[in-house]
Design a protein around this ligand. Sequence first.
Ligand code: AMP
Length: 142
Amino acid sequence: MPLVEDCVFCKIIRGEIPCSKLYEDDQILAFLDIAPFNNGHALIVPKDHHHSITTLPAEFHAKIMETACKVAVAQMRVLKAEGFNLVLNNGRCAGQEVPHVHLHVIPRFVDDQPIFKASKKKYDSIEEMQKTAENIRAKLSE
Ligand code: AMP
């Protein structure tokens, strides 16, 4: 899909809004998040407007991940981060605020603030877990 008029990330890609650029090529733009979880928090953005990673052409998938890994290594070296989170919020219920696919690369430091606060759930039974897997497996093989 072409870039769109009222999308903030399309505007950054077109150079209409400034950004703190980290990397750019013909497919990808990487820049710092304006409201970071930690210093150096980066966004990897494809130069193709799609709300969802599921409709983004597959040629971008590997490129996004490759760029994220390079940015993460640079963050760790420059900022002395000891780890990182790769986060892709897909859909409003998943916390996606900007409807243009982007991968967050968040540098992490020992004893920094937790980013994910939700507690994990349990299946009622192993049968329920197996049934869930079976249903998803069936859909995948359609
Ligand atoms: P998400 O909730 O996954 O959609 O994340 C969107 C991210 O984009 C947020 O972390 C925002 O802080 C960030 N953001 C929004 N506008 C800008 C901007 N103009 N420059 C840099 N980052 C931005």
